[in-house]
Design a protein around this ligand. Sequence first.
Ligand code: DQA
Length: 143
Amino acid sequence: MKKVLIINGPNLNFLGRRQNYIYGNETLYEINEYIKSEGEKISISVDFYQSNHEGDIIDKIYNECENYDGFVINAGAFTHYSYAIYDAILSVDKIFIEVHLSNVFSRDDFRKKSVIAGACFGQICGFGKNSYVLALYALIEIF
Ligand code: DQA
C-alpha cells in the first residue's frame, strides 16, 4: 500500500462556505472522505493536512518527507507567490503533484502563474474534488 499526503493551503478550510459557485458546496472534510475512499480503490492510503500558514506547510513538508511515497499539494493562493514552498518542495526531492479545484487559467490573471509548478511533477486543475483523485491516479503511474 503506497502512502500519500495531501496538503491543503490557506482558505481551503472554508470550503463549503467559500465562493460556492467556484469551489462547490462540499466541506474539506467531505472532500477528504471522498478522496480517501477513492484512494482505497487503487490501494493508496491517504492522509490529510491543512494549514493557513506558509511556515507550517514548509515544516510539514520537511517533517513528513520520509513518511510518504508521494504528495499532492493544493497550496491555495501560496501557489502564486510562495518561493519558500517552491524551495521546500525542491529540497526534499520527493514526488509532488500540484492540484487546484478550479481552473486557475480561466480566472484572475494572477492565478495563471504558479511559482511552485516547476518543483512539481505535474499540475492538475479544474476538476473540483476529482483533481485530487486524478493526482492519485497520476502517482500510481509514477510509483
Ligand atoms: C485554488 C486556486 C487558488 O488560486 C486560490 O487562491 C485557492 C484555491 C483552487 O483549488 O482552485 O485558494 O488553489
